[in-house]
Design a protein around this ligand. Structure first.
Ligand code: SAM
Length: 431
């Protein structure tokens, strides 16, 4: 073995043993004498990347492929590095080059598929990701991305199958459980029977999953629990927190305006102690802040609360289940607003009682619920939200000791181009 080959072998040994700094040093020494030795350049690029020296890795890998245009591993590593640097178009070219050189390189198919999902090129992404899953059916990431691509192509049955494969590999992943909930609901709108079959299998496979339990009940029409479990709501909104405001803007949800209209009649000198119950990311805070001397928010989801905190409009933010929180605050608030939150409660008797307990005499409770049939108390829909009947609401408000002040029916938002009707209610606690 030549001296140079021996040095390279030693550098590779350092690299494989995990001594990355030593390996980098050794590769550099070899390159000082033979600057265009492409396999050494390639390994230097890899070891730089492993040490998070991403920009340097890019330079070295670009030099490698310039000198060895048919070296698939080097194009692949360059593609990965370019992705990390956010240079998506260049990454796409590099990964396409890998696949032209080595059509069955599973990781390249996966990475390009993932990239095309990000670029909303779902048809080609699905085709690449199908190949990636055929080549390695134990790759959960490939099943996850394939699910996303298929969902966007509205190939719902195939998406559910792909998601089942992802869940079989990692059933504890809340994102995939939430994905299954969405897919089954989407399918339910076109083919309720097939959705029910999938829901039964899902519940049987994951009896402990909060998502399977909750959406399964909605889709199968099983007796609805009194309210969504804490773990379902927490996981749902922790998952949703990042995209929540963007999605609500797209479906036309204007909570701040609704709150302002509904609470017009409630004192407006900026001297109220107000609770934003189930405050989420704090969308109602702007209009509430103008009325409040003290604005408190409570929510069960820490990730939603983080977003609310960033707004800097609340005096106090509490991470707690709403009913538990209200029980701790006797006669503490002039006004409690609960928007788009009771859709996760079926039976409202106990929570309205808790709200009445937390209101000061003369205080107001403003809330929204989705409308159900007149004669019905409440139902849990296949989307996982409850809706309430008007007669039930009137009875339950009376039972809680509050006086109904105003009830208004309105379109709260749109879902799949259909209006979602809601009752907006203002009730007061007697002086
Ligand atoms: C659809 S969001 C509405 C957020 C906000 N009120 C708005 O209108 O933008 C529902 C919020 O209620 C919270 N939530 C639901 N049930 C809850 C409970 N039992 N206790 C505390 N927070 C709850 C969720 O975590 C979520 O942040």
């Amino acid at each position: 073995m030549s001296a140079a080959a021996n040095k390279f072998r030693q550098a590779l040994a350092s690299h494989q043993s995990g001594d990355l700094a030593a390996a980098e040093n050794q590769y550099r020494k070899i390159l000082a004498k033979a600057p265009l030795e492409v396999s050494v350049l390639y390994h230097l690029g890899v070891v730089l990347h492993q040490q998070a020296k991403t920009a340097e890795a890019r330079q070295v890998l670009a030099k490698t492929v310039a000198n060895a245009p048919d070296f698939p591993e080097a194009h692949f590593s360059l593609g990965v590095v370019l992705m990390e640097l956010g240079r998506k178009d260049e990454a796409e070219s590099a990964l396409r080059r890998v696949i032209s050189l080595r059509p069955h390189m599973q990781q390249a198919l996966l990475r390009l598929g993932e990239l095309l999902v990000l670029q909303e090129q779902y048809t080609e992404a699905a085709s690449l990701l199908r190949k990636a899953t055929q080549l390695r059916d134990s790759d959960a990431k490939a099943w996850v991305s394939l699910t996303v691509a298929l969902r966007h192509l509205n190939l719902l049955e195939e998406a559910i199958d792909a998601n089942n494969r992802a869940l079989a590999l990692n059933g504890r992943d809340d994102n995939q459980q939430a994905q299954m909930a969405d897919l089954i609901y989407l399918l339910y709108r076109h083919d309720p029977e097939s959705a029910r079959q999938h829901a039964r299998r899902w519940i049987a496979a994951f009896p402990d999953s909060a998502f399977a339990q909750h959406i399964g009940s909605g889709v199968l029409g099983l007796p609805a629990p009194d309210r969504a479990s804490d773990s379902y709501v927490k996981k749902l909104f922790d998952n949703f927190a990042e995209s929540f405001e963007g999605q609500l803007a797209r479906i036309g949800y204007q909570v701040s305006d609704i709150v302002a209209t509904m609470t017009e009649s409630v004192g407006s000198k900026g001297d109220l102690i107000i609770l934003d119950a189930g405050c989420g990311t704090g969308l109602a805070a702007t209009s509430l802040r103008q009325k409040a001397s003290r604005l408190v928010g409570v929510d069960i989801s820490p990730r939603m609360l983080e977003k609310a905190r960033e707004k800097g409009l609340y005096d106090e933010l509490v991470e707690m289940e709403l009913g538990d929180f209200l029980k701790t605050r006797k006669a503490a608030f002039d006004m409690i607003v609960v928007y788009d939150v009771f859709i996760y409660f079926g039976d409202l008797a106990s929570i309205l009682g808790d709200a009445a307990h937390a209101l000061l005499p003369g205080g107001s409770l403003a809330f929204s619920v989705e409308c159900s049939d007149e004669g019905c108390s409440y139902t849990l829909g296949p989307h996982g939200r409850y809706s309430h009947g008007k007669g039930y609401l009137m009875d339950i408000i009376k039972q809680s000791g509050l006086h109904l002040h105003k009830v208004q029916e309105t379109v709260l938002r749109h879902e799949f181009d259909k209006a979602v009707n809601a009752f907006l209610i203002l009730a007061t606690k007697p002086e």
